[in-house]
Design a protein around this ligand. Structure first.
Ligand SMILES: *Cc1c(COP(=O)(O)O)cnc(C)c1O
Length: 233
């Protein structure tokens, strides 16, 4: 299984080229390995080969994997988070990328308080208006950020998005640009408790474009581990 290491090398090279092309440093971009459905041994290979972060979509699956693989790299939550899983999420994850409603913020705040930690979160934005997608509509981002910032145990670190699927990655570019502009607009408000350092955007098909547009975290599954088996959930 030399291939995971080789894939990471290839992805790092692409990231570096895209960063330099847009006047950024390759080191400004963190490579997240997205590990849904990936078995422990292959995740271990990715960790050994030096990915910066692990991204998981499911709380229980992540818990089981962490028990086996440890937490030598930060684990981030990127899936749809049910409010009743917030209490586990704040203990397990270093960051939660998929926060899109105030009820969830409130629950994360409460659970972080009892765990004695801060919940580092990204606000997930639905830029396309697709009804099947999670994320707060862009019109509501400022309101959600303002409301979330008022909670003591919530630290807002930036924004996350998932554009619609396109065959041509260039078609994703306007969405990535829009998220960067939105992030800068939120940062300009200088709200206490809002950092706006992170832009989580770009997946296997379009990460190079995302990096050119300012991504600080790219979330890569298939390009790193190969196609996922189609398995019912
Ligand atoms: C699965 C997933 C990814 C990775 O997608 P690939 O196309 O496999 O790179 C990234 N982000 C989220 C939120 C995901 O669910």
């Amino acid at each position: 299984m030399e291939s995971i290491k080789a894939n990471i090398e290839r992805i790092r090279n692409d990231i570096a080229a895209a960063a330099l092309k847009s006047g950024r440093l390759p080191s400004d971009v963190k490579l997240m390995a997205v590990t849904k459905t990936v078995d422990d041994e292959r995740i271990r290979q990715a960790i050994d080969a030096g990915v910066d972060l692990i991204g998981e979509n499911y709380v229980q699956e992540a818990q089981r994997k962490m028990d086996i693989l440890g937490r030598t790299v930060p684990w981030h939550f990127i899936g749809r988070l049910q409010t009743n899983k917030a209490k586990f999420a704040v203990r397990l994850f270093d960051m939660i990328h998929s926060v899109d409603r105030i009820e969830l913020v409130s629950e994360l705040d409460k659970r972080s308080k009892s765990a004695g930690c801060m919940a580092k979160i990204l606000i997930e934005v639905n830029l396309s208006g697709e009804l099947t997608k999670s994320g707060v509509p862009k019109e509501n981002v400022f309101d959600l950020v303002r409301q979330a910032a008022a909670f003591d145990n919530i630290s807002i670190q930036g924004l996350m998005t998932m554009p619609p699927w396109f065959d041509d990655p260039e078609d994703s570019r306007p969405y990535f640009t829009e998220l960067r502009v939105l992030k800068e607009a939120v940062a300009a408000l200088r709200i206490h408790g809002v950092e706006m350092n992170e832009l989580s955007m770009g997946m296997s098909a379009d990460y190079a474009v995302a990096v050119q547009e300012g991504a600080t975290i790219v979330r890569i599954g298939r390009s790193l581990f190969g196609e996922r088996p189609v398995r019912p959930r």
